[in-house]
Design a binder for this molecule. Structure first.
Ligand SMILES: Cc1ncc(COP(=O)(O)O)c(C=O)c1O
Length: 471
């Protein structure tokens, strides 16, 4: 470590003795240029949607247009304090109100809350509203039906809400079996929670019959709408009988996700559930002014501080207005076209367990490659050598050894062709030399990590180098 050329200040002097922690053993002392080089170097090791195709199924890694960021950084939006009096925050309240109205129109629902901070929190919020409604009727019920093609967060949300999951098996087309549903939907069942399109990328073609069966027996239907990028501008859940749903702004509406920013999982409801929405709600009064209404006795309460992740609403509204109705529909059509192009071109190389047109994503299985000892994770590792981010591996669980590919509308045909060529070449490599594929990747800085240890025992903290442990 180079000698300090500025006065040394201890944490206690800097922060006050009561704030300084004894286990902190000093800070790294490096020059500005070293810091810049360190972080710039790290940034070049990363792969993001701005570097290339990111076909991670179920994640909708579409391009986040820069106009969203420009708008979100406007002074007055970026720097507005959440405690600003309502009279001085009319513009921000209007943005929230208009975002909710747009989402209402897109989903065909009657009211929207932007409070939930992620898709899974939207799920929890929606199921708690169902619970509050049924409890108010004196008919609380015990179970929620969930098909085996649902997203993994669905059973978790149901369980946290105090319900028990009653699973439904999918039929050979990858859809809900109507006969099974009719048998399972009894007076103990509060409702059905389905992901549509489901995690196979398949639209529930019998959706109106499904919602009718549930309603006829006093239940409600929750739709996990995280895959709405397959429906926006084409079909509205409110029109096919959905009572409550959530959206993932960080998927469908091009706000950043992962490390790039907080999420947002608005919930949309039919009128019957409106009184239960999280409080407060943004309202527009007759004189055109916006206000927060806290006087909502049947509300399930707050689910998030302030009004949710405001910056995400700004970005989503920018995306919606920049595209307009025609653009949003075009986006959906392009996403579905891209997924079907991948599906039809790769079906000779990889097994397609549910062989029918898909929506926004397609799911193959590694069955043919597994005969040579190569599994979906090995193929994904080799794909990195071809310059692509891997697809989602081993999910959904109803497809053993799944390769789940979601190209999104952002991929050009040229990029899709290069991706398909890479996967075809890997299938050929598996035929000729499976051992070679099993040792991939060859072009990365690190090869196969211990992924469990990396997830469970991450070392995220800087520690001073000590001669004793040599670290
Ligand atoms: C279908 C589906 N449901 C729910 C979620 C959960 O959303 P979040 O990760 O924002 O909690 C996701 C996330 O990708 C999803 O794809």
């Amino acid at each position: 470590m180079a000698p300090l050329d500025v006065p040394a200040v201890s944490p206690a002097e800097l922060l006050g003795a009561d704030m300084a922690r004894s286990e902190v053993e000093g800070f790294p002392e490096v020059s500005e240029v070293d810091v810049i080089r360190h972080f710039t170097r790290l940034s070049t090791w990363n792969y993001g949607v701005d570097t290339g195709l990111y076909p991670l199924g179920s994640c909708t890694m579409k391009y986040n247009a820069r106009i969203n960021e420009v708008v979100a950084r406007l002074e007055g939006l970026a720097s507005e304090h959440p405690y600003t009096p309502q009279t001085l925050a009319q513009g921000c309240l209007r943005i929230l109100h208009e975002t909710a109205l747009c989402l209402q129109e897109i989903t065909g629902m009657d009211a929207v809350s932007l409070q939930p901070a992620a898709g899974a929190q939207g799920e929890l919020t929606g199921i708690l509203m169902i619970r509050a409604l049924l409890a108010g009727r004196g008919d609380p019920r015990k179970y929620i039906l969930i098909p085996d093609s649902a997203h993994g967060t669905n059973p978790a949300s149901v369980t946290i809400s105090g319900y028990e999951v009653r699973p439904l098996k999918s039929n050979e087309q990858g859809c809900i079996d109507i006969v099974d549903l009719a048998c399972a939907m009894d007076s103990e069942v509060a409702g059905l929670m389905l992901t549509n399109p489901n995690t196979l990328g398949i639209f529930e073609t019998e959706i109106s019959r499904i919602t009718n069966i549930v309603h006829a027996r006093g239940g409600l239907v929750y739709m996990d709408g995280a895959n709405m990028n397959a429906l926006v501008g084409v079909a509205r859940p409110g029109d096919f009988g959905i009572d409550v749903m959530h959206l993932n702004l960080h998927k469908t509406f091009s706000t950043p996700h992962g490390g790039g920013g907080p999420g947002s999982g608005p919930v949309a409801v039919k009128e019957i559930l409106e009184p239960y929405l999280p409080s407060p709600v943004v309202e527009k009064s007759a004189d055109g002014r916006f206000q927060l209404n806290y006087d909502r006795p049947r509300s399930i309460g707050r689910v998030r501080a302030f009004l949710g992740n405001f910056g995400m609403a700004v970005r989503a509204l920018a995306y919606i207005l920049a595209n307009g109705p025609e653009g949003l529909r075009q986006t959906t059509e392009d996403a579905v076209l891209a997924a079907n192009y991948v599906r039809s071109r790769l079906r000779d190389s990889y097994e397609l367990p549910y062989d029918q047109p898909c929506m926004h994503e397609c799911v193959f299985s590694d069955r043919r490659q597994a005969e040579k000892g190569v599994r979906t994770m090995d193929i994904a590792k080799r794909l990195i050598d071809y310059g692509f981010h891997p697809y989602t591996t081993a999910f959904p669980l109803i497809v053993p050894g799944a390769l789940m590919i979601e190209p999104t509308e952002s991929a050009s045909k040229r990029e899709l062709d290069a991706f398909i060529d890479a996967l075809e070449a890997i299938a050929q490599e598996v035929e000729e030399d499976p051992q070679f594929v099993l040792k991939a990747p060859y072009t990365t800085r690190v090869s196969r990590l211990d992924e469990v240890a990396a997830a469970r025992k991450p070392i995220l903290r800087w520690k001073p180098r000590s001669p004793a442990n040599g670290s």
